[in-house]
Design a protein. Structure first.
Length: 94
């Protein structure tokens, strides 16, 4: 797996990530922040492979959390976006 992710990360970046990870190995969690398309996901996958860790992707978790919170607050069941879009289109064409 290391070889696969080295394609996305230059050697200098991999060295810096290794150096940053040394004091964090025992902390239990690492958060990566940065601008869009700056390589956060690639860096996270590479670090996780090196450290035997798991990557939790906020972009994948946020919709589930949002739906869960809204359901709890309103008692309503969220309608999946493709169905909601279809319903809006149908109502405007009728």
């Amino acid at each position: 797996m290391d070889e696969q992710h080295s394609v996305f990360l230059p050697a200098m970046v991999r060295e810096r990530l290794d150096q940053a990870a040394v004091p964090i190995r025992s902390a239990g969690a690492m958060v990566l922040c940065g601008f869009p398309a700056s390589g956060k996901s690639s860096a996270a996958r590479w670090l996780a492979a090196r450290m035997g860790a798991v990557v939790l992707d906020k972009d994948k978790l946020a919709p589930v959390l949002e739906e869960s919170v809204m359901t709890r607050l309103t008692g309503a069941i969220a309608i999946p976006k493709p169905i909601a879009r279809s319903l809006r289109q149908t109502s405007t064409t009728v």
